[in-house]
Design a protein around this ligand. Structure first.
Ligand SMILES: [Zn+2]
Ligand SMILES: [Zn+2]
Length: 177
């Protein structure tokens, strides 16, 4: 089975239970998840003027962790992420390669002035994790049917898509997993 290490970045998430995230991912795809015991420092990825972290730089940092031997590394951070051409990104991953990252910053209802919902937050985290891991397993954005590989511009897009892969994406995963 493919092994994935989930690494908290910058600080331990306070309101995301990583064990629950692990279970949520493992329920959908055949991977075995290990949670790194300590958060990884990502200060080098901070853009001081934007007050956001550069996600591409975080992917590079993840790849440099020589003590992590698993085939895939998935970073999770409470801090807001960006790539230079966009205002923000929910996450980023290498296509068909090792590293992926996502942020919980814009997955909280409170960010949108709505009442806190632990259930919605966890559901969104699982979808983001599956989506970014899907990229690392060679999947591109899926446009024809409801699928966790649909791209998401707004949090509403995340809520609308299922926490699962459509049949063609699942067939692709069946080959690589
Ligand atoms: Zn994507
Ligand atoms: Zn799909």
């Amino acid at each position: 089975m493919r092994e994935v290490t989930v690494i908290p970045l910058g600080s331990h998430p306070r309101d995301v239970e990583l064990e629950q995230l692990k279970t949520g991912i493992e329920r959908v795809i055949s991977v075995e998840i290990t949670i790194a015991p300590r958060p990884l420092d990502i200060d080098g990825a901070l853009d001081v003027s934007r007050k956001q972290y550069h996600s591409t730089s975080i992917l590079a940092t993840l790849l440099q962790q020589s003590d992590v031997q698993t085939e895939r590394v998935l970073g999770i951070t409470p801090f807001d992420l960006f790539v230079p051409v966009l205002t923000f990104v929910f996450g980023q991953a290498q296509l068909n390669d090792r590293a992926a990252v996502f942020s919980t910053f814009r997955l909280h209802n409170e960010f949108y002035g709505l009442p806190r919902s632990g259930e919605l937050l966890m559901g969104r985290c699982i979808k983001e994790a599956l989506h970014e891991l899907g990229h690392t397993f060679g999947l591109r954005h899926c446009i024809t049917q409801p699928c966790v590989m649909n791209s998401s511009t707004y949090v509403e897009d995340i809520d609308l898509k299922p926490a699962d892969f459509c049949l063609p994406c699942r067939e692709h995963l069946g080959v690589v997993l």
